[in-house]
Design a binder for this molecule. Structure first.
Ligand code: NAI
Length: 474
């Protein structure tokens, strides 16, 4: 029997389930097809579990330095088992919350593998969804008016490398690790590489990052990268840049041995494990793309227009599977825009410059808008200022004065072009810059806002004052 819907969402990750809720708010009869668990990568393998583990590392470091605050604590030890238990608890409680939301919004969930079908007797257009189950149940056939593909992404693996999930692992394996290795080689100095390097080093693991490009975090502002590298090196993390892994050199034994080329020389490294963190690839395999006219770009991401429609205008795609900024908050934004378009609601789209991005290691990084390199390249007439956390009273109270906020403005219009922050809790502060960007606020307006004292948020006001030539502190 064919089951009719207004919208079927393929993939119940953060992008998919939030999109489903918005769809029901708009009166659309909605179903989700999910092969694993609602919440997807973000809730089960990515954002949430990694941040829970980073929190454990941060508490461990804080207790180590408790004496500085007048607290007498015996030297702490770190239990990965307990940290994982806590992480599982955080994930489970949020997973219950998501399931509750889906129930109360009366969204049907098909827990099986969804595949897009071509035109058939049920519909003259491609887009019916066949749901296959692992058990004996017969396939279901869903016939929606619209489909939203939100199947996400998976870790990319370099050619000739086989992930054995023991010695050669991806971030999916690390969120389930039972034991801490003594040493780890991380291939890729991107966001995933940096967050795991920070966690592992803070809990006592020897870490080496191998980055093929000129520097780690290539797309971030240079001043931020410089400050981050100083901090990571101080922790004892080895960072090898312009270091290209020789994928044919991997030898496995008690430990993993790898060769790499740096400055024309061949070198080698040995560690207990090797983490592949070289990007994420779109999940388009076996979802029936070949039964449709949907186009893929050169990297395999689904091509969409400004409303997130594929070449089949009733089939939309959102989130990691379309590439761009592969972030959970981008997926939810795109999903909301896609269903609103289905419901006939139009709104002006945000640009990438209005979307924040964060890295949750120690130190944290939070950024929005253009980097200084980008504004130079694009020929903006710009001004920039940096304010150190040293200038902020609350940072001294907290005992974390390392880091800064950098603001870049357009000299002609006073528009905020970019805000780049590094230091404790900056991921909680960047939302203020997002609001300013959303409302098209100027540096002058940001400097006129009243910030509570003492609070870390004062650094935003100080940066705006500084760039307006009215610096008060620092
Ligand atoms: P990425 O694209 O950020 O970084 C991959 C790095 O690997 C690049 O610097 C690249 O130059 C390097 N690389 C590639 N091939 C290499 C080779 N053969 N040898 C050495 N280095 C090599 O990808 P990543 O870190 O895997 O993250 C994937 C996505 O997930 C990103 O879009 C990221 O923004 C997102 N993410 C976001 C998080 C957050 O918002 N906090 C947390 C984790 C991931």
């Amino acid at each position: 029997m064919a089951l009719n819907y207004d919208v079927v969402i393929l993939g119940g990750g953060t992008g998919g389930y939030v999109t489903a809720i918005r769809a029901t708010q708009l009166g659309l009869k909605t179903a989700i097809v999910e092969k694993f668990n609602l919440g997807g990568t973000c809730l089960h393998k990515g954002c949430i579990p990694t941040k829970a583990l980073l929190k454990s590392a941060s508490v461990y470091q804080q207790v180590k330095h408790a004496a500085d605050y007048g607290v007498d604590a015996s030297p702490p030890s770190f239990s990965i088992e307990q940290a994982m238990k806590r992480k599982d608890g955080v994930v489970q409680s949020l997973h219950q919350g998501v399931k509750h939301l889906i129930n109360t919004n009366q969204i049907d969930v098909y827990q099986g593998y969804g595949r897009i079908m071509g035109p058939s007797i049920f519909s003259p257009m491609a887009g019916s969804i066949s749901v296959e189950y692992e058990d004996e149940r017969e396939n279901d056939l869903l016939v929606p008016k619209n489909v939203i593909i939100a199947t996400g992404s998976s870790p990319s693996v370099l050619p000739n490398i086989e992930i054995d999930h023991q010695q050669i692992v991806t971030s999916d394996d690390l969120v389930e690790m039972k034991q801490l290795p003594e040493s780890m080689i991380i291939v890729g100095g991107g966001v995933i590489g940096i967050e795991w390097a920070s966690f592992l080093r803070d809990v006592g693991v020897e870490v080496t990052i191998l980055e093929a490009q000129d520097q780690i975090l290539t797309s971030f502002d240079q001043d931020i990268v410089k400050e981050l590298k100083r901090n990571l090196k101080k922790k004892g993390i080895t960072i090898l840049e312009k270091a290209v892994l020789d994928t044919s050199s991997i030898e496995k034994g008690e430990q993993v041995k790898v060769g790499y080329q740096q400055n024309g020389k061949i070198e080698s490294l040995v560690a207990d494990k090797l983490l592949m963190a070289v990007g994420r690839k779109p999940n388009t395999h076996k979802i029936g793309i070949e039964n449709t006219d949907i186009g893929l770009d050169a990297k395999g991401f689904i091509q969409v227009n400004e409303h997130f429609q594929t070449k089949e205008s009733h089939i939309y795609a959102i989130g990691d599977v379309i590439g761009g900024m592969q972030l959970a908050h981008v997926a939810t934004y795109e999903g909301k825009k896609a269903v609103e378009h289905i419901a006939g609601i139009s709104s002006s789209p945000l640009t990438e410059q209005e979307i924040p991005a964060c890295i949750y290691g120690d130190p944290e990084i939070a950024t929005i808008g253009y980097t200084e390199g980008e504004v130079e390249e694009q020929g903006f007439d710009y001004r920039t200022e940096k304010v150190s956390l040293q200038a902020i009273g609350k940072a001294h109270v907290n005992g974390h004065t390392k880091g800064f906020t950098k603001i870049i403005i357009d000299t002609k219009t006073d528009d905020i072009l970019g805000v780049h922050m590094i230091g404790e809790h900056v991921t909680e502060l960047i939302g203020q810059a997002s609001i300013a960007k959303y409302f098209d606020g100027s540096a002058l307006e940001l400097s006129e806002v009243v910030y509570p004292h003492p609070s870390l948020s004062e650094i935003i006001g100080e940066a705006a004052l500084a760039v307006e030539g009215r610096k008060l502190h620092g």
